[in-house]
Write a protein that binds this ligand. Structure first.
Ligand SMILES: Cc1ncc(C[n+]2csc(CCOP(=O)(O)OP(=O)(O)O)c2C)c(N)n1
Ligand code: SF4
Length: 260
């Protein structure tokens, strides 16, 4: 076990992390560490056999998650995490295959794979980490950028309607669909456990701070400011048709478990 803390007692999640990979690449205030924390706690709660759990990521800041988790894991090419995960699951149905990757990776270059895996109800769990932009490549506008939000390539405000990811997944046939922000860690952990134990295609969208690019461009300069925004503006509406679970720029974020 890695004795990472100063008192030598270690952290309860140390055995589940690859300490030799630290320090991680994520910026101060980034929400990706919270997501890894919630995933590991949700996984422990599921009581799945860890030697049968595999994590797959694509490319991007979120895509680095697989490399920091001390399970069998794969860092795949941009947009191809879901077909890679599908292949793993088909070759060994005993595996619990989890995709942890970014909104750009999963809904832009990988969007076609996402809808068809949901349509086929492939038995994998997808954690789609949505920071509203492409983080790793400099904060460009993406398919989830809210209408009118500023990014490094939409400095006058985004003019395109964003994807509603839960609606997209549900309409494509997903068996379990939820959305949480990193301000609802307990609900998020519980939802991750539920998704892992669900048979069929499960997807959780996790709204996550990227202060370095998205926050800086949209008057939420720190991770803390972004977290306060999530806390003050998230409205839990579990069970509603995700068609009505929109996200308004700097306004309400509808969260909840929409399909189960
Ligand atoms: C085929 C290909 N095209 C483009 C890129 C450049 N690229 C690397 S990461 C990335 C965006 C990742 O965005 P997202 O999935 O939202 O993750 P984030 O970095 O925001 O966590 C892009 C376009 C690439 N690596 N490969
Ligand atoms: S650029 Fe954004 S998403 Fe990437 S590590 Fe930094 S804060 Fe996180």
């Amino acid at each position: 076990m890695n004795k990472a803390t100063t008192n030598g007692a270690g952290h309860p999640l140390d055995p589940y992390l690859r300490a030799e990979r630290m320090p991680h690449i994520w910026c101060s205030g980034c929400g990706l560490g919270l997501v890894v924390n919630c995933f590991l706690r949700g996984l422990i709660q599921s009581r799945l056999a860890l030697d049968k759990v595999v994590v797959v990521s694509g490319i991007g800041c979120a895509g680095r998650a697989a490399g920091y988790i001390n399970l069998d894991s794969f860092h795949t090419t941009h947009g191809r995490a879901i077909p890679f995960a599908t292949g793993l699951k088909l070759s060994n149905p005993e595996l619990k295959v989890v995709v942890i990757s970014g909104d750009g990776d999963l809904t832009a270059i990988g969007g076609n794979h996402l809808i068809h895996a949901a349509r086929r109800n492939v038995d994998i769990t997808v954690l789609c980490i949505n920071n509203f932009i492409y983080g790793m490549t400099g904060g460009q506008v993406g398919p989830t950028t809210p209408l009118t939000a500023r990014t490094t390539t939409s400095v006058g405000g985004n003019i395109d309607q964003p994807f509603n990811i839960p609606y997209l997944a549900a309409a494509s046939g997903a068996a379990y669909v939820a959305r949480w922000t990193t301000a609802q860690v307990i609900r998020l952990q519980k939802s991750i456990t539920e998704a892992l134990l669900k048979n069929g295609f499960s997807l959780i969208e996790i709204i996550t701070p990227c202060p370095t690019y998205y926050g800086r461009m949209n008057k939420q300069r720190t991770g803390l400011e972004q977290m306060k925004y999530y806390r003050d503006n998230s409205i839990v509406k579990s069970g509603i048709d995700p068609k009505h679970a929109g996200i308004e720029f700097n306004g309400p974020i509808i969260v909840g478990r929409f399909v189960d």
